[in-house]
Write a new protein. Sequence first.
Length: 121
Amino acid sequence: MSSALVITVDGTVAELEWPAAGPDGEHPSILHFMYRMMGCDTVDVVRLAPGLDMWLDDYGMGLQPVNPLATMLARAFGYMSQPYYGTVLLSGVDGFESVGLSPRKVMAARRFLNSISGVLL
C-alpha cells in the first residue's frame, strides 16, 4: 500500500491511501484524487527533492490562507521566495509520474515534519 500525506492550513497531517490501479492496470485519475483531497480545481507542483513532490492549489495564493507547515517544509528544502497557500499534498514521483509514498517514506516525512514544526504530527 502506498499513501499520500495531506497538510492542511491548521497544521493537520493526514495519511491517505494512494489510488490503486484497477484490474486492467489503469489508475483512476490522480488529478481528480488531488483536486478532491485539496479542495481545488487546478494544481501545481514543487519538486522538494528527488522522489518527493508537494502539490498545491495553483490559485491558492489569491483564494486560500497561508499554510505555515507547508511553507516551513518548502523552506527546509531551499524554497525561500514565497509562502505556500491552502491544503497541500505530498506524493512520490517516479520519472514524470506521481506515485504514492511507501510506508517508510511516510514515516520519514512525518518525522521530518515533526522536526521542523516542533509538534508531534
